[in-house]
Design a protein around this ligand. Structure first.
Ligand code: 4AD
Ligand code: MG
Length: 461
C-alpha cells in the first residue's frame, strides 16, 4: 500500500515532499482557464490544503465532477505556497475521482443552522464546526484515560445492562426480548420470569454501584461509558444517552473527592487549550466570544467550596428574581446553580453537604442526621457538571436508608456485601462528558456535542 499523507501532517511539514498520495473531500473548487484550485479537507484537522491541478495532468478530464463534497485521490508534490496565509500547497500530478457528490449534496453553502445540521447528523461532521467538535471530543476522551492511567487509576468496564437502579429515580429504559404484543402476565403484572434474564432488566443510569465493588478491590478505579436516562425532559442539557466518567477511590473522603473533581476539570481544560488550539479557536470566534476567558478562569484559581446550607442563604439574600424560590430542603434549580457560579462566585463552585432527602440512598450520612456528604461541581453557562459523594460504608446505616426509601435490600445484596467484608471509607463522582464538551466549546445545546443525539421522539440515525 502506498503511504498516504494526512493533511494535518502536511500542513506542519518541515520540508517539501515529492510524489505523495493525498485523499479527501472537496470543500470548494475554482476553475481558471488552464488550471483549477481545489480546497481539500480530509477530516484530520480544521484547515484545508489548497491543490493546484493543471489541465494537462491525468485525471483532469473528471474535474467538473469534483464538486463540493466529492471524494478524490491525488498524487502531488508538496510545495511552498506563494499565496498568503498558507505555508504549503499541493501541486497535483494526477487526479482521481473516488466518489462524486451531486448537486443535491446538502452542505453547499458555508453556514447552516445547528437545527438544520441535526437533521443531517450523518453529514454534519463534514462541516468545519462539527469536524472541530468531534475531533475535540475524541481527544478529550483520550485525555480522560491518560489522566487516570497516569495516576494509577484502573479503567473498569461496567455493564450497560443492569438489574439495579443506581440512582433510585426510576428513569430507566427497559431491556427485554418479550413480545410486546403479548406480554406474559401474572396477577396483572408483567411476568419477567419469561424474559431473557428471568428478571426485569434495564439500561444503566450509572456504572457507580458496579464500579464501587472494583474500587473496594483495586483501590482506585473509574468507569467511562454510555449511560441512559429515560427522563422526558427536553432541555438543552439533558439527553437520553450520554457518556459519564465515574472515578471511585478507596480510603478517600469528601474532601479528596472534591479535590479530584477540580483536578480533573482543570487538567481537561488545560489539555484542550494546549492540544486542540485550532479547533478551539473556531468556537472562540464563531460560537462564544467569552470562551477563552472562561477557560483561563477555570484553569486558574481553585474552585470555591460552599455548603448547600450556605448556598441557600446566598440565594435567599441575593434579591435576584428566581422563578423557583430557593428553600432549604429543595433541590437547587438550574437558575440557582447558574446564579451561584456565574454571578456570585463567577467561577466554578463546589456545593457540598446536601439535605439527605434530595439525594440518593448510597450517600454517606452526616452526623447532623439532616445532610449527606454529597458534592456537585457547578460551572458557568451549564450548572451541574459533576455529581458525587462520599459513600455510606456502614452496613447498618446503608441498609436502613434503603428500606426508608422503599427500596428492597435483597435487590442490592451484592452491593451490601461490600459493606460486610472489609468495608472502608470511599468516594466518587460522575462527570457528564457532554456537559464537559459544552463547557470547553461554549456550545449551548447538548444535542450538538454528541455524534448521534438521542432525545424524546428522536431516533433518526
Ligand atoms: O448527578 P448524577 O445523576 O450522578 C450519578 O449518576 C452518580 N451515580 C455518579 C457517581 O457518583 N458515580 O449524574 C452525574 C453527571 C451529572 O452531573 C451530569 O453532568 C451528567 O452526569 N448527567 C447528564 N448529562 C446529560 N444528560 C443527562 N440526562 C444527564 N444526567 C446526568
Ligand atoms: Mg446530580
Amino acid at each position: 500500500m502506498t503511504h498516504k499523507h494526512r493533511i494535518a501532517d502536511l500542513l506542519n511539514s518541515e520540508s517539501p515532499l515529492e510524489q505523495i498520495t493525498v485523499q479527501g473531500w472537496v470543500r470548494t473548487r475554482r476553475d481558471s482557464r488552464d488550471f483549477s484550485f481545489i480546497e481539500l479537507n480530509d477530516g484530520s484537522c480544521l484547515a484545508n490544503i489548497q491543490v493546484i491541478a493543471e489541465q494537462t495532468i491525468p485525471g483532469f478530464e473528471s474535474i467538473t465532477l469534483m464538486t463540493t463534497g466529492s471524494a478524490i485521490s491525488l498524487r502531488a508534490d508538496l510545495i511552498a505556497s506563494p499565496g498568503k496565509g498558507q505555508r504549503w500547497e499541493l501541486k497535483a500530478t494526477r487526479l482521481e475521482l473516488l466518489g462524486a457528490a451531486p448537486e443535491d449534496f446538502p452542505l453547499q453553502k458555508k453556514r447552516h443552522s445547528d437545527e438544520f445540521l441535526r437533521t443531517i447528523a450523518h453529514l454534519r461532521p463534514r462541516t468545519n464546526k462539527y469536524g472541530a467538535m468531534f475531533r475535540i471530543r475524541a481527544r478529550l476522551a483520550q485525555a480522560i484515560h491518560d489522566f487516570f492511567n497516569s495516576r494509577g487509576v484502573y479503567w473498569i468496564h461496567t455493564p450497560v445492562i443492569t438489574g439495579a437502579d443506581c440512582e433510585g429515580a426510576g428513569e430507566m429504559f427497559h431491556v427485554t426480548t418479550l413480545d410486546l404484543a403479548k406480554v406474559p402476565l401474572q396477577d396483572s403484572k408483567v411476568n419477567f420470569d419469561k424474559d431473557f434474564f428471568g428478571k426485569e432488566a434495564n439500561l444503566t443510569v450509572s456504572g457507580q454501584l458496579s464500579v464501587e465493588t472494583f474500587c473496594l478491590s483495586l483501590g482506585k478505579v473509574y468507569t467511562f461509558g454510555p449511560t441512559f436516562r429515560a427522563e422526558n425532559s427536553n432541555t438543552s442539557r439533558h439527553i437520553a444517552e450520554f457518556w459519564m466518567v465515574e472515578p471511585e477511590v478507596a480510603f478517600a473522603d469528601l474532601n479528596d473527592n472534591m479535590a479530584l473533581g477540580q483536578e480533573l476539570i482543570k487538567y481537561l481544560v488545560h489539555f484542550v487549550m494546549n492540544n486542540c488550539a485550532d479547533d478551539l479557536d473556531l468556537f472562540a470566534r464563531f460560537v462564544d466570544p467569552t470562551l477563552m476567558q472562561r477557560l483561563c478562569n477555570i484553569a486558574g484559581e481553585d474552585f470555591p467550596r460552599v455548603s448547600y446550607t450556605d448556598a441557600v442563604s446566598i440565594l435567599q439574600q441575593s434579591n435576584h428574581n428566581f422563578v423557583y424560590r430557593p428553600e432549604w430542603g429543595k433541590d437547587l434549580q438550574s437558575e440557582h446553580e447558574r446564579f451561584l457560579t456565574e454571578e456570585y462566585f463567577q467561577r466554578p463552585v463546589i456545593v457540598h453537604d446536601y439535605p439527605k432527602q434530595i439525594k440518593a440512598f448510597y450517600m454517606r450520612q452526616n452526623d447532623d442526621d439532616k445532610t449527606v456528604a454529597a458534592m456537585d461541581v457547578l460551572v458557568p453557562s451549564i450548572g451541574e457538571i459533576i455529581g458525587g459523594s462520599q459513600r455510606e460504608e456502614r452496613l447498618h446505616k446503608l441498609e436502613t436508608r434503603i428500606i426508608e426509601l422503599g427500596l428492597k435490600p435483597a435487590d442490592y445484596w451484592w452491593y451490601l456485601d461490600t459493606r460486610k467484608y472489609g468495608s472502608v471509607q470511599h468516594a466518587g463522582f460522575g462527570m457528564g462528558f457532554e456537559r464537559l464538551l459544552m463547557l470547553v466549546t461554549g456550545v449551548s445545546n447538548i444535542r450538538d456535542v454528541i455524534p448521534f443525539p438521542r432525545t424524546p421522539r428522536q431516533l433518526d440515525f
